[in-house]
Design a protein around this ligand. Structure first.
Ligand SMILES: NC(=O)c1ccc[n+]([C@@H]2O[C@H](COP(=O)([O-])OP(=O)(O)OC[C@H]3O[C@@H](n4cnc5c(N)ncnc54)[C@H](O)[C@@H]3O)[C@@H](O)[C@H]2O)c1
Length: 256
């Protein structure tokens, strides 16, 4: 432990499991006081009990729920330094099979949820004259994609645009806004939503030879939340084991 977020108060949305839980564990080890928020009440409460921190059951697609998570942090700790909007859904669905309602739900959680988290956190951060807003984007959408990711890709590319706009608008308030673009990370959601063949295919495409862990992603969030990143705003960090690099499918073959 090096206390990189010592004394900071963070709300982490989508913290019950996977990458969000990894962020919570990492931030806690480095000295932050946490409020965990998630739409899965049972999983979320269990994770919060494990860490000994407050939990709030929310749906981040609803503005009043985002505000309730921020209010809990203010009521418990008296301030809010960091918000991490990590909640996201990624149902596998070809565009031709995606209904308008399917489309809207992915937009509502991933994209409107990001707006809601920023809008709710802005109030105390602006009053304090400082804050860190952090978002989980993806390499899927901003850089690459594969079939079945139409709505998801649109949300993650959208989050990157939102990060840039928010960073600019909030720069005068001492608030920085950044994101992390994970590659393929082995999480509960990944195992539920993608089959073994998909996961193996992704592993084969990663130069560093393995899927990422929630801790790999959390390390980038920790940097962006720390004082070391105080002059960084409006950008994203790719954490993908080199997956974006290959020009060809079989990147291990050298020219003969
Ligand atoms: N796993 C990957 O390979 C990968 C890659 C790139 C980006 N991401 C992104 O990382 C984030 C986390 O992914 P993960 O793999 O850990 O998923 P996960 O399903 O394991 O965890 C997501 C968490 O978000 C919560 N959540 C879902 N909808 C919510 C809502 N409406 N309100 C509040 N909480 C909600 C879930 O209950 C769950 O606890 C997502 O934004 C995802 O798009 C994941």
């Amino acid at each position: 432990m090096t206390g990189r977020v010592e004394g900071k108060v963070a709300v982490i949305v989508g913290a019950a499991r996977g990458i969000g839980k990894g962020i919570a564990l990492r931030f806690m080890k480095e000295g932050a006081s946490l409020v965990l928020a998630d739409s899965d009440a049972a999983y979320g409460q269990a994770t919060a009990d494990e860490l000994g921190v407050p939990f709030i059951h929310i749906d981040i697609s609803k503005m009043e729920d985002a505000e309730a998570a921020v209010a809990l942090a203010l009521a418990t700790f008296g301030r809010l330094d960091i918000v991490v909007q990590n909640a996201g859904i990624y149902p596998w669905q070809l565009i031709e099979n995606t209904s308008p309602d399917d489309w809207d739900r992915v937009m509502a959680v991933n994209l409107r949820g990001s707006f809601n988290a920023a809008r709710a956190a802005l109030v105390p951060m602006k009053a304090q004259g400082s804050g860190r807003m952090l978002f989980t984007s993806s390499i899927t959408g901003p850089h690459v994609t594969s079939p079945g990711h139409g709505h998801y890709s649109a949300t993650k590319a959208g989050i990157n645009g939102f990060i840039r706009s928010a960073a600019l608008e909030f720069s005068g308030y001492g608030i920085t806004v950044n994101g992390v673009e994970p590659g393929n990370i082995l999480t509960e959601g990944m195992q539920e939503q993608r089959g073994a063949a998909f996961i193996q295919n992704m592993e084969n495409a990663i130069p560093l030879g393995r899927l990422g862990t929630p801790r790999d992603v959390a390390n980038a969030f920790l940097f962006l939340a720390s004082d070391d990143a105080s002059y960084i705003t409006g950008t994203t960090i790719v954490v993908d084991g080199g997956q974006l690099l290959p020009e060809g499918a079989d990147f291990r073959i050298l020219p003969s």
